[in-house]
Design a protein around this ligand. Structure first.
Ligand code: CUA
Length: 367
């Protein structure tokens, strides 16, 4: 009886399959290689760790490449040796060839291949451990920005300047800034790849992360700890400004918002804010103290909206999306927040289209 794999009808496709598999494997290999090369291009990868923009991230990047090249050298040596052995000492099919000498239990060899990796690891640990210690904590004289993680956005407070803001952290370029971090609810993790590694934000604890950018620029970040439904939409921006521009920004942020006068479109928007529930969670400091809306720190609160329009992004720095205008994104957000950010604690207030238009006009005036 002819077995299944002996059948001439089965044998034909098997023979054809092999070169096809080889070609497929080559194609997959080339694709993976090209994809990994393109990762190094920053345009489409704002969270790349390969474009450090400050001394802390540069230190980490330097360590990565040191370890990478040592590992690459080990790989080439070991693989090269294996390939040489396979070809030089292969079984040539000679009759009566003896079995090679067996090396099992050779103490000298075993000591050598234990000591060499141990020495390599010891050498790598010197710069690694010193970097870990150097990158932990801040210099005592650096400017403090308190960073508070919320589901799902980052709050930034500047205690020395008396500023509360959200989603965009503004820092002076060329100076060390100390992010003094905690969380208002669950574990989060603050990560600005161009400026430093990841660091946990722990409820009830303080952790520190030193950030510094060599040049002015905008850097993307992301919460790096799974923290609930909209974890992936908990994003961060750091905007580094020339020190003089930073001073201007501070002065502008310290100013209160103007209370709109009756009869203006801004006033209608402010009325929506004051009457539809927004004011229960959002603080706005007005030039008229009696009208100011201050939500206590201990209370559940959303971002301070005093200078909302000075920020380029909102909704956990996830809006506006690429190709979307600020107003279109704001309209989508105000119409149904949990639809944009699943689980959002900003509820759908059932605002009418007119109320949303008014709110946008007022929010846009809070520069
Ligand atoms: Cu916060 Cu993930």
């Amino acid at each position: 009886m002819v077995g299944r794999w002996d059948s001439p009808y089965d044998a034909v496709p098997m023979v054809r399959l092999r070169p096809r598999l080889t070609r497929l494997a080559a194609l997959v290999g080339v694709t993976v290689l090209l994809a990994s090369c393109s990762l190094i291009e920053i345009q489409d990868a704002p969270l790349t760790t390969f474009e450090p923009a400050g001394p802390n991230a540069e230190r980490i990047d330097g360590l990565f490449w040191l370890v990478f090249w040592i590992a690459a050298a080990v790989f080439v040596l070991v693989m090269g040796a294996i390939i040489v052995m396979v070809f030089v000492f292969r079984d040539r099919g000679k009759d009566g060839a003896e079995e090679p000498k067996q090396l099992h239990g050779n103490a000298k060899l075993e000591v050598i291949w234990t000591v060499i990796p141990a020495l390599i690891l010891a050498a790598i640990s010197v710069p690694t451990v010193s970097a870990v210690f150097e990158l932990t904590g801040c210099d005592s004289d650096s400017m403090v920005v308190e960073v508070v993680g919320h589901q799902w956005w980052f709050e930034y407070n500047y205690p020395e300047q008396g500023i509360d803001t959200a989603n965009v952290m503004v820092i002076p370029a060329g100076q060390e800034v100390c992010a003094v971090m905690t969380s208002a609810d669950v574990l989060h993790n603050f990560w600005i790849p161009a400026l430093h590694g990841k660091r946990y934000m722990v409820p009830g604890q303080i952790t520190e992360l030193r950030l510094e950018s060599y040049e002015p620029g905008e850097f993307w970040g992301q919460c790096a700890e799974f923290c609930g439904l909209s974890h992936s939409l908990m994003r961060a921006r750091v905007l580094a400004l020339e020190p003089s521009d930073f001073e201007t920004w501070v002065a502008e942020q310290q100013e209160p918002a103007a209370l709109p006068s009756e009869g203006t479109p801004e006033y209608d928007g402010y009325q929506v804010f004051a009457s539809k529930g927004c004011a229960q969670c959002h603080t706005v400091r007005f030039d008229d103290d009696s009208a100011s809306n201050i939500v206590p720190r201990e209370a559940f609160n959303g971002p301070d909206l005093t200078h909302f329009a000075s920020r380029t992004v909102f909704a956990g720095a996830s809006l506006p999306q690429e190709g979307q205008t600020f107003d279109a994104a704001l309209r989508e957000w105000l119409a149904d927040p949990p639809n944009v950010k699943p689980g959002s604690f900003m509820p759908n207030l059932g605002l009418t289209s007119q109320e949303i238009d008014d709110l946008i006009v007022w929010l846009r005036s809070n520069k």
